[in-house]
Design a protein around this ligand. Structure first.
Ligand code: DOR
Length: 462
């Protein structure tokens, strides 16, 4: 990573000015210019003027924020290069305002030992943003034998998960929690009990009955959340719950937090924006794990974001090639793209209160909770940065605050720009976004990584 930082910094202009925006960080919002010098923030304040030779990026009408941090993103390398690469995903990431992403280990082979961690870290040297690597909890993500978490932690891995699956055997997870506590790292669980989920293709509810499709009940998620929280209580340590989607899960997390357990939770933009009704056309683009839920679950997820119960939004960006996605629903791989649409989709769902399906016909719903912009940016930036261990207090450079001396990992977000997502604008090698062709409100104007403007005016610069 040190090498990656050196490379990007070398491409940075000597002086960069982000002019005329509203700076938003954990300290709140204020009108200010931001001057960046050699990769670091040099000055923050109103009407700073432009030093000679500076590159100027206009931020009028925009929020200037710490770059987003995605805790949950599938980069598909090694092994899945037809779907995505570390570099192509990093380009999608910066177009989405992300300056750091966490690469999930469900690759081929899985990232379950030091050699594969090193391989992905080497690929990340060419990425447009910081790429932190997550390691698998079990060998081959098979859920049986613990992976060598210690040797991966020694390479800087802070988050371990078998994502794509949860650890099905509670005894294995218990030992993993013990091991992780000793190492000071966090386990992240994909909560779905496979015996309960069965061969379900969508959320089990009114729509699965109507469509005659086998369902994956919310109980599959809730049973594993409850089990994992019970184990966490017994072992101590830290647990992060990936892509929670059901009202029952949020109730369980609320009780666990009230009790003082060290648990954090994330929600995806798509679980805030879409419902199981989308499956009515049987299009596999809607198929994700956990599945899109019913309206009451979406409302509970939004409420959990608004109340502060949910710690982070995470994309679960899951690229799949046409041969895996454009097939009958029962054969299709689960997952959808998320990096380039996270900001407008989250903005619509949580700030503007647009009813599902967001961006696809949903209208503002006066009953939907409204999350203010500072809180919304926090859910995408400093809160996930803290969970990933990428914040300055831990030696990282992500999540702000925007103050002199800090590394310049920044996003410039236009909350009002309306734009249409065209296939040609996707940086991902895959096309499985449900928002293709949709008109969205909210666009990433510029992204700055280690002082380098990697996105300018909505266009990637390399
Ligand atoms: O829908 C999903 N797709 N959920 C996951 O947990 C894994 C992901 C993938 O890797 O495609």
């Amino acid at each position: 990573m040190a090498e990656a930082r050196r490379r990007t910094t070398r491409r940075a202009p000597r002086v960069l000015v982000l002019r005329g925006g509203t700076v938003v960080d954990e300290g709140g919002a204020r009108r200010a210019d931001v001057v960046v010098r050699e990769g670091r923030i040099d000055a923050v304040g109103p009407d700073l003027g432009v030093p000679g030779g500076a590159t100027v990026l206009e931020a009028d009408g925009c929020l200037v924020t710490p770059g987003f941090v995605d805790l949950h993103c599938h980069l598909r390398q090694p092994g899945g290069e037809t779907a995505e690469t570390v570099v192509s995903a990093s380009r999608a990431a910066v177009l989405g305002g992300f300056t750091a992403v966490v690469a999930m280990p469900n690759t081929e082979p899985a990232i379950d030992q030091a050699s594969v961690v090193r391989e992905v870290q080497a690929l990340a040297e060419d990425a447009l943003c910081e790429v932190a690597v997550a390691g698998a909890i079990t060998v081959g993500r098979a859920g049986e034998r613990l992976a060598p978490l210690g040797e991966m932690a020694a390479l800087g891995v802070r988050l371990f998960t078998d994502d794509g699956r949860g650890v099905q055997d509670g005894g294995v997870l218990r030992r993993a929690l013990d091991y992780a506590r000793g190492l000071g790292v966090t386990l992240a669980e994909h909560c779905e009990d496979e015996a309960i989920a069965g061969a379900g293709l969508m959320h089990e509810g009114v729509w699965s009955s109507r469509l005659g499709l086998p369902g994956r009940p919310a109980a599959a998620e809730e049973a594993m959340v409850a089990r994992d929280l019970a184990l966490l209580r017994a072992t101590g340590g830290r647990l992060h719950l990936l892509h929670l989607s059901s009202a029952g899960s949020f109730r369980l997390v609320a009780a666990a937090k009230a009790e003082g357990l060290a648990v954090t939770a994330e929600v995806t933009p798509h679980h805030l924006a879409l419902t199981d009704a989308c499956l009515a056309d049987f299009d596999p683009v809607w198929k994700v794990h956990p599945p899109l839920r019913g309206g009451a679950d979406v409302a509970a997820a939004r409420e959990a974001c608004a109340s502060g119960l949910v710690d982070a939004l995470a994309t679960d960006h899951a690229p799949h090639p046409p041969e895996a996605k454009e097939v009958p629903l029962d054969e299709a791989a689960p997952g959808m793209l998320g990096l380039q649409t996270a900001w407008p989709v989250a903005l619509a769902a949580l700030h503007d209160g647009v009813a599902p399906p967001v961006g696809l016909g949903g209208e503002p719903d006066p009953g939907s909770p409204r999350v203010d912009l500072v809180r919304l940016v926090g859910l995408l930036s400093w809160q996930p940065a803290r969970i990933a261990g990428l914040v300055p207090e831990e030696g990282g450079t992500q999540g702000g605050p925007i103050v002199p001396g800090a590394a310049a990992n920044l996003a410039v977000l236009d909350p009002a720009c309306r734009w249409r997502l065209e296939a040609g604008a996707l940086a991902s090698l895959s096309r499985n976004s449900p928002w293709l062709g949709a008109t969205l409100t909210g666009r990433v104007r510029h992204t700055v990584v280690a002082g380098e403007p990697v996105v300018v005016g909505g266009e990637a610069q390399r």
